[in-house]
Design a protein around this ligand. Structure first.
Ligand code: GUN
Length: 291
């Protein structure tokens, strides 16, 4: 089977270009510049890389980017005070508090302190409820990026069997809601699912979001299915030299690409789409704020 590689890198560049054009028009016509504030607490290396990339791409799209880096031992009260300041700042249209937060913080309390209209992650309980009831909301960036790639590949998703592996609040649950919204028949599988291989074999669309390197082999994939791999896992790569590593997804790419109709690579699939959707959400928040 000839599999189609879904090029998230190219798709994301296109989305960022479109966002950039609309930002330029907003500035020319109304003198408004969308602003995104990213808050990072602590020094998690992966989070630092994400935050740097977000800042760079925000500026490249013509938006204002503000970064707040707080020490790992910052109190929750101080973080909530910063969120309140950003909520009240009219030059900031999007607020993202990078997760995970240190253990001494109540993640839900922090997220729910963000003005829902500025919650470009779509994690605030109001946005979760709006999405779950099919109302206009801020949509979490990673599932939104997956949906855009699926719509681009399939056109209509109506009636397709979709299996989402993973039930996280950030990816699995909102992904299931979005697929339901596009009239898929949705199954959410997780670590307690019985006969996971058979469940996955039913799927026309597989979204893998568990965070376990290469756990979905090709013989779980129905021939011709579309595979969206959300995982980003670092594994040893002795073939590249001693101590070297490489990035792999939650899907075993080599065997899955033999049977899938279309598949996203890691890296270069879902990852770039996440930041592109963050920029799109920031633009959306800015337009709604000034409407
Ligand atoms: N940590 C990992 N992914 C995300 C994300 O999409 N948003 C935030 N805020 N934190 C994350």
């Amino acid at each position: 089977m000839m599999t189609k590689l879904i090029d998230g890198k190219a798709f994301a560049a296109k989305v960022r270009g479109q966002v950039g054009e609309q930002v330029a028009r907003l500035q020319a016509d109304h003198g408004i510049t969308p602003g995104l504030a990213v808050v990072l607490v602590g020094e998690d290396p992966a989070s630092q890389v994400y935050v740097r990339n977000k800042g760079k791409q925000t500026v490249e799209a013509g938006m204002k980017s503000v970064e707040h880096k707080l020490d790992a031992d910052t109190s929750q009260a101080d973080l909530l005070a910063l969120v309140a300041t950003l909520n009240a700042d009219p030059s900031i249209h999007g607020i993202l508090v990078q997760l995970p937060l240190p253990d001494h913080m109540d993640e839900a309390a922090v997220i729910n302190a963000i003005d829902p209209a500025k919650d470009v992650d779509g994690f605030h309980i109001s946005n979760v409820g709006l999405l779950g009831t099919g109302q206009k909301s801020m949509v979490p960036c990673t599932p939104l990026g997956c949906l855009m790639m699926l719509r681009d590949h399939h056109g209509s998703l109506s009636g397709l069997e979709a299996v989402v592996i993973g039930r996280s609040n950030i990816v699995g649950k909102p992904m299931a809601q979005l697929l339901l919204g596009d009239s898929c028949t949705v199954t959410v599988a997780h670590s307690r699912t019985r006969d996971l291989p058979d469940v996955v074999r039913r799927a026309d669309i597989v979204v893998a979001a568990v965070g376990r390197a290469q756990m979905v082999p090709g013989d779980w994939i129905k021939p011709g299915a579309t595979v969206i791999d959300v995982g980003i896992n670092r594994i040893p790569a002795p073939e590249k030299g001693e101590g070297k590593t490489r990035l792999v997804g939650d899907v075993d790419f080599a065997s899955a690409a033999e049977v899938a109709g279309a598949i996203t690579p890691v890296p270069g699939g879902v990852g770039p789409m996440t930041i592109a959707c963050l920029l799109a959400n920031t633009l959306t928040a800015c337009c709604r704020a000034n409407n």
